[in-house]
Each structure stands twice: as structure tokens, then as C-alpha cells.
Design a protein around this ligand. Structure first.
Ligand code: NAD
Length: 283
């Protein structure tokens, strides 16, 4: 058996096409503000990609560059100004921030209705309480959208997540619980990780360890989601040993072309939803 490839690139294109049509039919463009602090090269690439993806669907993306030497007060003033600016529908702060900034504190300054990354403590709490008001973080939202497309009914499935970060593992655990999965969250201190992974109907690897998940960690017929983005000898690879795991799994995401494009599409979708909520009389 060779796994069905879960085509995140195609699914993301479908979402972006839908958004482009919706935006073309409105009288103004949604505006996403991206705050980039310092000049981390990886962040610069991610910000450029978001700008391009937004432009392609008719969304305006304003990049607010803040020098690494800026004070906490200066960064807070910028975020509060964006909160109050009626032209701006969504705000994201590109992570990671330079070490001197407290990420949780900075994220908590974003007004929750404009927090289109869903990383603020209020949105994380709303998600945990299964509130429909929660803005759901883009990567976990993209994972669940892809799972629903391919696996359909997630109820009762045992999902094992490798990684407990605030941007992937934890919100994904909440989201899958809300889909009636039974969820196990594992991390770097988990004992006997392979045997826990082997119990999974849905296995999500989000740990940033190149090709760590091997074929003998995977239950026959499982759905395997690879969130990892690693560079090894100049090549991009995920956290899953794709070639061997695809012979055991029923469904698998590739890297690239799996969760990465879904993440960008869900960020755009969150911004569009924020715009609609802020403009209830539109259309
Ligand atoms: P992180 O470094 O914040 O968290 C990593 C998590 O993995 C931690 O909870 C840690 O305990 C766990 N972990 C580390 N080593 C482990 C091991 N050997 N065994 C078990 N658990 C281990 O990372 P993150 O921000 O959650 O990102 C994880 C990966 O996903 C990275 O490769 C990142 O680049 C990628 N990522 C991809 C997307 C996307 O859109 N595709 C989005 C976000 C993150």
C-alpha cells in the first residue's frame, strides 16, 4: 500500500481562489498589517511570501518594519496604533522576536478581533473553550482542513501530536479535541515516543527534527501530517521520513507542498473573516 498524498498546495489554491472571488466582489480591499521586528533572514522570506500571497487575492499587506534596537514602548505604540486604525483588519507580529522582547506580552497587545494569527492569549483561551468567537491559529486550522478533506470523519480517532508549542502543538490539540478526537500531546521529554506514535490513527509531527518519524513508528493505515520544515544539506525536508512512511500510512502530507501552503491560505482566510466582522454592512 502506498499512501494517498494530501495535496496542501491544491487545497490552499482552492481556498485562495474562493477568497479572491469574494474580495473582488466587495467595494474595498481587506488590509493585513505585518509587524516585522529586526532582520531575521527566515522571517524576511516568510513576510515576503505573505505579502505576495495577499496581493494575489486582492488583499493589501502593509509591512511595518521595526528595527531590532526599538524599545518595548515603541513596539507597543505601533501595535496600539494598528489596533485603532480602522483601515487595518488584521495584525500579525512575525515570530520569532529578538530575544529582548517577551513574545507573550507583545502578542497580548494585539486586539483579539484583529489577531489573525490567533496567537494572543484571548484567542488561545477562546479556542480552548471551544468558542465560535476564537480566531484559530493558521497552521492547526490548515491541518484540520486538510484532514477533513481527506479523512472526513475525525470523531473518535486517536490523534498523537509531536510538539507542544503555542503556535502548533497546543492549539492543534484543542482543535482536534473540539473535533471529538482523542488527543495525546508528546514532546522532547516524552518517554518511548515511537510506541505512542504507533497507536495513532492521526499522527502529526511538529518538532523540527529532520525525518525523525520512521516507518516503524506508524500504524498501518494512519494519516500522517508533517509540519516540520528543516534544511539538510541545502534540501528541504520534514519531520517524517517520507519515502518509508508513505509505504505504511494511508494518507501523508509532503514537504514542501503540504502544510506550508495551507498555513498561508488560512492566515488570508482569517484576515478575510476579520474584515467581514468589522464591516457587517458590506455587500
Ligand atoms: P518549537 O521549537 O516551538 O517546538 C518544538 C516542539 O517539539 C517542542 O514542544 C519540543 O518539546 C518538541 N520536540 C523537540 N524535539 C523533540 C523530540 N526529539 N521528540 C519529541 N518532541 C520534540 O517549534 P514549532 O514552532 O512548533 O515548529 C515545529 C516545526 O514546524 C518546525 O520545523 C517549524 O519550522 C515547523 N513549522 C511549520 C509551519 C508550516 O507552516 N509548515 C508552521 C509552523 C512551524
Amino acid at each position: 500500500m502506498t499512501a494517498i498524498i494530501m495535496d496542501g498546495k491544491q487545497e490552499a489554491l482552492n481556498v485562495r481562489k474562493f477568497l479572491a472571488e469574494e474580495i473582488a466582489a466587495t467595494y474595498s480591499s481587506p488590509v493585513l498589517a505585518v509587524v516585522q521586528v529586526g532582520d531575521n533572514p527566515a522571517s524576511q522570506v516568510y513576510v515576503r511570501n505573505k505579502h505576495k500571497a495577499a496581493a494575489e487575492i486582492g488583499m493589501e499587506c502593509r509591512i511595518c518594519y521595526v528595527p531590532e534596537t526599538a524599545s518595548e514602548d515603541e513596539l507597543r505604540d505601533l501595535i496600539l496604533e494598528l489596533n485603532d486604525n480602522d483601515e487595518v483588519n488584521g495584525i500579525i507580529v512575525q515570530l520569532p522576536l529578538p530575544k529582548q522582547f517577551d513574545e507573550l506580552k507583545v502578542l497580548s497587545w494585539i486586539k483579539h478581533s484583529k489577531d489573525v494569527d490567533g496567537f494572543s492569549p484571548i484567542n488561545a483561551g477562546l479556542l480552548q473553550m471551544n468558542s465560535p468567537e476564537a480566531v484559530v491559529a493558521a497552521t492547526p486550522q490548515g491541518i484540520v482542513a486538510l484532514l477533513k478533506h481527506y479523512v472526513a470523519d475525525l470523531r473518535g480517532k486517536h490523534a498523537v501530536i509531536i510538539g507542544r508549542s503555542n503556535i502548533v502543538g497546543r492549539p492543534l490539540a484543542d482543535l482536534l479535541l473540539n473535533q471529538d478526537c482523542t488527543v495525546t500531546v508528546t514532546h522532547s521529554k516524552t518517554l518511548d515516543l515511537p510506541s505512542i506514535c504507533k497507536q495513532a490513527d492521526i499522527l502529526v509531527a511538529a518538532c523540527g527534527c529532520a525525518e525523525m518519524v520512521k516507518a516503524d513508528w506508524v500504524k498501518k493505515g494512519a494519516a500522517v501530517i508533517d509540519v516540520g520544515i528543516n534544511r539538510v544539506d541545502g534540501h528541504l525536508c520534514g519531520d517524517v521520513a517520507f519515502e518509508e512512511v508513505k509505504e505504511v500510512a494511508a494518507y501523508i502530507t509532503p514537504v514542501p507542498g503540504g502544510i506550508g501552503p495551507m498555513t498561508v491560505a488560512m492566515l488570508l482566510k482569517n484576515t478575510w473573516n476579520a474584515y467581514k466582522k468589522q464591516n457587517p454592512l458590506m455587500k
